[in-house]
Design a protein around this ligand. Structure first.
Ligand SMILES: *Cc1c(COP(=O)(O)O)cnc(C)c1O
Length: 391
């Protein structure tokens, strides 16, 4: 019974008991293909032996001490993350929203260090950055804000994928100190900006001495076919946030920073009781090592092409399919009508998918998905969409 659970979620009427790779089994032992990865969390699939081993071993050795002391595994993970990202320093949190909170606090410290008393951050329409007060204020979605006013000051909103809008703010504001965007919008509907967007933001930020801050919480950790989505551009941000796939399900987030942004936090400015504890860091190290050893990021890129081709073959020209888009394994199929009911129809077929922004079928399959499994997902999902549209 869920009587004692707060009603925050509209839950689907199934519960899973175990998983292996891209498969999940429910309480009636029915099997499902997981094309969602717990919303981009289980990139390595379920119960990956390397992660399981790391967690089990670390749980038997040391789960938690405190950030009052040195934590070797945290240092090791920060080294590894810096190496693959090109960033200098890392703050560890327990979630994506908290990673973004750290980024927002860095931007404000940075603003004050430049003598700006009311520093503001540019954010975009249709963005999603989390559910804390600062991150829901930063999000471009009225649904996550409604009822929680007063929102926080210090944010300026512009349309996504619109450099001119940012330039206009640059000409008219003396208070902006940073831009915070997702390199691909996830919750907003798998919105992929034009190829010059991130480079353009970089140029404006360099010009104005603003921090370029990227929310890579959904797009990071290999999902788009690179370690981080910004690596598809020529740009390195000043701040990048991670969470979701970082621990493959063990809660951990990270705020990475470079140059001056990396020097803003000083003893006493920020902290977290759990953030970066030995258990979470050990799991994340296992995730990074596995992504490299199994060459899963290259695989994600190839698999992304396969999904794109497969869905184009199966769905382009079908009336009602507005657009098929992906960057690696962030895949969106936009329809001309709301299609939330596709989620339960897919469950009946034994496939887990998601619908976001009302009319975008979103797939975030694990990076360990095989080509054969990809073809099964393409076939099932295309058939469902065709039948739904033929309605
Ligand atoms: C999921 C998500 C968040 C929030 O992460 P939580 O761990 O739920 O706090 C923030 N930004 C993006 C882009 C996300 O996809």
């Amino acid at each position: 019974m869920a009587d004692h659970i707060m009603s925050t979620y509209n839950r689907l009427p199934i519960q899973f008991e175990r998983g292996e790779g891209i498969w999940l089994w429910d309480s009636e032992d029915r099997q499902y293909l997981d094309a969602l990865s717990g919303i981009a969390v289980c990139g390595l699939g379920h119960a990956h032996p390397a992660v399981t081993r790391a967690i089990a071993e670390q749980a038997g050795r040391l789960v938690h001490t405190s950030n009052l002391y040195g934590i070797a595994l945290q240092e090791q993970l920060a080294d590894k993350l810096s190496e693959v990202s090109g960033m200098d320093r890392v703050f560890f949190s327990n979630s994506g929203a908290e990673a973004n909170e750290a980024a927002i606090k860095i931007a404000r410290l940075y603003g004050h260090s430049r003598g700006i008393d009311n520093p503001a951050i540019i954010v975009t329409d249709r963005s999603f950055h989390g559910r804390t007060m600062a991150t829901l204020t930063a999000s471009g979605n009225r649904k996550v804000q409604a009822g929680f006013e007063p929102l926080l000051p210090g944010f300026v909103r512009v349309p996504y994928n619109d450099l001119d809008a940012i330039r206009t703010v640059a000409e008219n504001s003396n208070e902006v100190v940073a831009v915070l965007v997702e390199p691909v919008q996830g919750e907003g509907g798998i919105n992929i900006p034009d190829s010059g967007y991130l480079d353009g933001i970089r140029t404006i930020c360099d010009d104005k001495q603003w921090l370029m801050m990227l929310d890579e919480i959904q797009s990071g950790m290999g999902r788009t076919g690179k370690w981080f989505a910004y690596q598809h551009s020529n740009t390195v941000p000043d701040v990048a946030t991670l969470a979701k796939a970082l621990g493959n399900g063990v809660p951990i987030g990270a705020c990475l920073a470079r140059g001056r942004a990396a020097e803003m936090m000083q003893p006493g400015t920020h902290g977290s009781t759990f953030g970066g504890n030995p258990l979470a860091c050990r799991a994340a190290i296992a995730v990074l090592e596995t992504l490299e050893q199994e060459e899963l990021i290259e695989h994600a890129a190839a698999l992304g092409e396969r999904f794109q081709q497969g869905f184009r073959d199966a769905l382009s020209g079908v009336a009602g399919v507005t657009e098929i888009r992906n960057l690696g394994l962030m895949i969106g199929i936009e329809l001309d009508r709301p299609c939330g009911e596709l989620v339960s129809q897919a469950i009946d077929q034994g496939v887990l998918i998601n619908v976001t922004a009302e009319r975008v079928v979103r797939l975030l399959p694990p990076l360990v998905t095989t080509s054969k499994q990809a073809d099964i997902i393409i076939e099932h999902v295309s058939k469902l969409i065709r039948e739904f549209l033929a309605g």
